[in-house]
Design a protein around this ligand. Structure first.
Ligand SMILES: C[S@@+](CC[C@H](N)C(=O)[O-])C[C@H]1O[C@@H](n2cnc3c(N)ncnc32)[C@H](O)[C@@H]1O
Length: 211
């Protein structure tokens, strides 16, 4: 049987989500600590579509659903992560969960916001980043926003045993395929892991031009 890079990735993440407690991974945020403000600050209209790509078992999906204003799509390469979210939130008319690789993701309808916390930085080859940009271009509607958080230039060099690409704000905007003028927010945030160490992140918000 042919084993592809995508299968390797999937197996890695299935194993992580299938064996570790949700709060036993470095990227875990308690429900009150999720970076919901990054989406809320976009000021989206009621009923806006928001995709959280590489959602894992994060509580952000729950928070977005609880906000009551969004149609949420949670996407993860690992079915075991999707199952954890489904077990918590249950069937909900405002939530769709999709097991898919972000590098080949296509959604039936464009989203108004694309959220990615700690996924893009795992794409360390230019081919993978190009595939991600294609997915982003295919899924984000004109005038839509992408909120992307990666390890900062002085952040950790790896996560979950995998190498990561670290970014400052300008480099991240460019790597996502956007012009400097498309950036509406660039900031540094520090995440505290469940065991108390600090991980600096670069957060960018870019807006896709309307036409
Ligand atoms: C570091 S975790 C971050 C999870 C979540 N975004 C958060 O902030 O808690 C990375 C997540 O991305 C998922 N992932 C990794 N590569 C992916 C890919 N190519 N497509 C979709 N999801 C991916 C993993 O399964 C994992 O849930």
């Amino acid at each position: 049987m042919l084993v592809t890079m995508s299968d390797d990735r999937r197996q890695h993440w299935e194993q992580v989500h299938g064996t570790k407690p949700v709060d036993g991974v470095s990227w875990w945020q308690e429900p009150d600590d999720v970076w919901l403000d990054l989406v809320e600050d976009l000021g989206l209209a009621n009923g806006a579509r928001v995709a959280d790509v590489g959602c894992g078992a994060s509580m952000l999906v729950d928070a977005l659903v609880d906000a009551g204003r969004y149609r949420v799509v949670g996407v993860d390469i690992a079915e075991s992560a999707i199952e954890r979210v489904r077990d918590r939130v249950g069937e909900h008319p405002a939530l769709r969960l999709v097991a898919a690789d972000v590098r080949t993701l296509r959604l039936p309808e464009p989203v108004d916001a694309w959220h990615d916390r700690a996924v893009f930085h795992f794409l360390v080859s230019e081919a993978d980043r190009a595939a991600y940009r294609d997915s982003l271009a295919a899924c984000l509607g004109p005038g839509g926003h992408a909120v992307v958080a990666t390890f900062a230039a002085d952040g950790p060099e790896s996560c979950s045993g995998l190498p990561v690409q670290r970014y400052d704000g300008e480099a991240l905007v460019a790597a996502l395929g956007f012009a400097p003028a498309d950036a509406v927010r660039i900031e540094r945030r520090v995440h505290r892991t469940p065991w108390g160490s600090e991980q600096p992140f670069t957060v960018v918000v870019v807006r896709r031009p309307s036409s």
